[in-house]
Design a protein around this ligand. Structure first.
Ligand SMILES: Cc1cc2nc3c(=O)[nH]c(=O)nc-3n(C[C@H](O)[C@H](O)[C@H](O)COP(=O)(O)O)c2cc1C
Length: 195
């Protein structure tokens, strides 16, 4: 969860998706990125030969989860036409997976359930640009962590805290997407996938 606003629009939407997934039997690990100490990627090259990040901070909690889980939900508000800094710092720190997959040719194994994703975004304004830019980042993130397929739900014109509650359809769609996430045929397609 990439929003700094606790129980804000992003979290409300995400909770509906998690409720749907949980009702389908998912066991969920939730990260509130804003409360974690995650520095941006230093481009030090420390992961280039091993695929393992050498920086020690709260990303150490996230790396094993990215390797082990089979379904992923990235949820972020649109900030300055992209994902939030909290979400982007975590994504940039996945550069180690980029090296591992694209340079060392060792994508994360798909496992018995495959790997699939859901991207949730909310923006206060009406323009489509932020939605498109966030989607491009989310796509690069998912492909880098060897998630070959994802669904995106983006809602614009959602600004004040709790505004998303005025769009019951959005909450319903998030809930349904969470339910369906477990059925997504992740991993059946070619797992390379361009960024
Ligand atoms: C720093 C900042 C930058 C923002 N930039 C954008 C933007 O570029 N486009 C947009 O549609 N909304 C923008 N917003 C509005 C938020 O996306 C909106 O308020 C959203 O509902 C916040 O979600 P949250 O309640 O989960 O934090 C911005 C808000 C902040 C605080």
């Amino acid at each position: 969860m990439g929003s700094p606003r606790v129980k804000g629009n992003t979290q409300l939407l995400l909770e509906e998706a998690m409720r749907g997934a949980s009702e389908q039997g998912a066991q969920i690990t939730f990260f509130e990125l804003n409360s974690m100490k995650i520095r941006g990627c230093q481009d030090c090259g420390g992961c280039a030969k091993s695929g393992v990040c050498v920086k020690k901070d709260d990303m150490e909690q996230i790396y094993p989860v990215i390797r082990q889980c089979s379904r992923f939900i990235l949820a972020s508000p649109i900030f300055f036409v992209g994902v939030s800094a909290q979400a982007k710092a975590m994504i940039d720190r996945c550069q180690c997976f980029w090296y591992e997959k694209y340079i060392l040719k060792r994508p994360i194994a798909q496992g018995p359930y495959g790997r699939a994703g859901l991207f949730l975004s909310v923006g206060g304004m009406g323009g489509i640009e932020g939605k498109n830019c966030s989607e491009a980042t989310a796509r690069a993130f998912f492909r880098t962590i060897s998630v070959p397929e994802h669904q995106t739900l983006g809602y614009l014109g959602v600004d004040a805290k709790g505004d998303i509650l005025k769009q019951p359809q959005a909450l319903k769609e998030a809930y349904e997407a969470g339910r369906k996430l477990l059925d997504m045929p992740g991993g059946k397609k070619e797992q390379g996938g361009r960024l």
